[in-house]
Design a protein around this ligand. Structure first.
Ligand SMILES: Cc1cc2nc3c(=O)[nH]c(=O)nc-3n(C[C@H](O)[C@H](O)[C@H](O)COP(=O)(O)OP(=O)(O)OC[C@H]3O[C@@H](n4cnc5c(N)ncnc54)[C@H](O)[C@@H]3O)c2cc1C
Ligand SMILES: NC(=O)c1ccc[n+]([C@@H]2O[C@H](COP(=O)([O-])OP(=O)(O)OC[C@H]3O[C@@H](n4cnc5c(N)ncnc54)[C@H](OP(=O)(O)O)[C@@H]3O)[C@@H](O)[C@H]2O)c1
Length: 279
């Protein structure tokens, strides 16, 4: 039997016609969970005889927020309307859904070095599209618990109006300029279709988000420039959520520096890249 909670939609914010932020509160209150987990949202689909259909969604809110779960969801429309996202795009406050309990350990934040000491390496988060969701949870969690590690959030999107959470992340970076030594946060976005008219105002990084890791001829990557030193497994831990192409791109661009995933872990079992794929 699937163990799940009755829950209600408590807030929706349409960011654009196919991108929405939804908050959902379980009737029984918020369960404990760990930053970086996901859960299933279940909806009844009228065109399928009100069958309950469930899909996985990354939790964009952080465990310290006991008011709701937040999600950022893309409406899948092609080749046919997605079953669950179509229902969620038509949902209003008060509508009932089913929530699975938070699960998944692919993107849990690494806390210890192989020698057992606290891991103080820089945290670099790479979110492709809605794959930003778990890193919104990271940013707010690490901020709220007063974590002193440097945190870098990189977000890739096709269009400037898909930079969901731009204001929140910019505010977090501005705060870090005022609270040096206490909170160390950087946010950069990459726009992958810079030539399109809609993106004409964009003056930031262009290309897919994995290009932040690509070394120029002088051996320096845009990420190295941003943080002011060469990122290596000794000083940096990388987390990725997005398309497999994004994940592979980051892995390829960092392999020569010695970064490995769990599948290719070092002899002592350690690794410095964690990821969750859209696949
Ligand atoms: C761990 C995890 C976390 C995730 N987190 C997020 C998140 O934070 N945000 C987010 O937006 N998504 C997330 N996803 C993706 C999400 O789980 C769903 O896969 C996605 O929302 C689509 O669900 P759907 O029911 O609307 O589409 P589905 O109905 O499952 O459709 C899937 C595809 O099949 C096509 N299709 C539908 N019906 C037919 C048919 N009859 N014949 C042929 N093709 C058809 C659709 O067009 C679509 O391309 C996550 C996935 C995982 C595994
Ligand atoms: N498993 C999960 O954890 C998870 C989390 C969130 C979302 N999803 C699902 O993933 C799907 C797409 O997400 P989205 O709409 O957020 O993405 P999106 O906005 O379409 O794309 C985000 C970025 O990824 C790039 N991209 C597209 N295809 C790529 C590829 N094959 N390799 C590398 N980069 C690629 C895009 O570049 P271009 O401009 O060049 O296309 C864009 O810069 C949705 O169906 C969503 O439900 C899964």
């Amino acid at each position: 039997m699937v163990s799940e909670m009755k829950a209600k939609v408590v807030y929706t914010q349409l960011l654009k016609e196919d991108l929405v932020v939804i908050r959902i509160l379980p009737d029984e209150g918020m369960p404990d969970y760990i930053t970086g987990q996901f859960l299933t949202i279940g909806v009844t689909v009228p065109t399928e005889n009100y069958k309950l259909v469930r899909r996985a969604y990354s939790i964009a809110s952080h465990p310290e927020n006991k008011d709701y779960f937040e999600f950022v969801i893309r409406w899948v429309r092609n080749p046919l309307p997605g079953r669950v996202t179509t229902m969620l795009f038509h949902a209003s406050e008060g509508d009932e859904v089913k929530l699975g309990y938070p699960t998944g350990n692919a993107l849990l934040i690494n806390e210890k070095l192989p020698n057992g000491e606290k891991d103080m390496r820089r945290i670099v988060c790479v979110g492709g599209g809605t794959g930003l969701a778990p890193f919104i949870a990271y940013a707010n969690h690490l901020h709220d618990v007063g974590d002193k590690r440097e945190v870098v959030v990189l977000h890739g999107a096709s269009y400037v109006d898909e930079l969901s959470y731009k204001k929140m992340l910019t505010d977090l970076e501005n705060e870090s300029k005022r609270r040096k030594g206490e909170w160390n946060f950087k946010y950069r976005a990459a726009i992958s279709r810079p030539k399109e008219f809609f993106n004409r105002s964009w003056s930031g990084h262009v290309g897919r988000v994995e290009s932040f890791f690509k070394e120029a001829k002088n051996g320096v990557s845009p990420l190295d420039e941003l943080v002011g030193e060469k990122c290596t497994p000794e000083n940096t831990y990388i987390y990725i959520c997005g398309y497999q192409g994004t994940i592979d791109g980051v892995i390829d661009n960092t392999a020569a520096r010695g970064f490995v995933t769990k599948d290719n872990a070092h002899d002592d079992g350690s690794y410095e890249i964690r990821y969750e794929s859209y696949g």
